[in-house]
Ligand binder design. Structure first.
Ligand code: NI
Length: 218
């Protein structure tokens, strides 16, 4: 991968989480990019780590039990894989790309995201066709807890995934077909979608961290 010589860490805008919020200026300022946005580095002079280092998510058209089992294995491995990816990182506050989240924010985002996914799993199992709340991942990534060390989120993911994997492996085909919805979308999702999405999601962010560390030498 090309080495970036003309870009320094200090060149990146950083989110000052300690700064009092100013809704007026936030409205005027460009919205920070999340890790999922097809970012604006294309066409810039300095090469940046790729957005989708393991490729984009692809889902089967219908329940594929083999794929679900593989995805559950990925979810099981994630806490240790993510911990290894962060081991020895010299700058957790370095963005993974220009204008994107920092490694610290990204780690907390994985915990935020998977907590929501676990709740969706439980709701889909215990409520008939629930409509689940969505959340603003960028807003969550700017809250005070996103400035914490990464260890609390690693510990959280360890416990959360232990429970989630136990639950997911107990499910049969009928349970995996249970429906759920999100507000304002006339789409019915099946429960099996969740392990597939989040098995990919965890590995996606681990790869982004690995690429950023390699690319920026951190
Ligand atoms: Ni994400």
């Amino acid at each position: 991968m090309a080495v970036v010589e003309s870009v320094t860490v200090a060149a990146y805008p950083r989110v000052d989480l300690a700064r009092p919020r100013d809704p007026a200026s936030e409205q005027a300022a460009p919205r920070p990019l999340s890790c999922h946005d097809p970012v604006a580095w294309v066409g810039r002079s300095a090469p940046m780590p790729e957005t989708y280092p393991i490729g984009r998510l692809t889902l089967p058209a219908s329940l594929d039990l083999g794929a679900v089992m593989t995805a559950i294995d990925r979810i099981e491995a994630l806490p240790s894989v993510l911990t290894a990816a962060l081991d020895g990182c010299a700058d957790l506050d370095h963005p993974i790309r220009e204008g994107a989240w920092t490694i610290r924010q990204l780690t907390h985002h994985v915990a935020d995201s998977h907590m929501n996914a676990f709740a969706r799993t439980k709701l889909a199992l215990t409520v008939d066709g629930p409509t689940v709340l969505t959340y603003d991942e960028v807003a969550w990534s700017r809250s005070a807890d996103a400035a914490l060390p990464v260890e609390p989120s690693l510990a959280l993911l360890g416990g959360l995934h232990r429970r989630w994997v136990e639950l997911l492996r107990s499910l049969g085909p009928a349970e995996l077909e249970r429906p759920w919805h999100v507000p304002d979308k006339p789409v019915t999702y099946q429960l099996w979608r969740l392990p597939l999405v989040y098995g990919w999601h965890g590995d996606h962010h681990v790869a982004q961290i690995e690429r950023a560390r390699e690319h920026f030498g951190i």
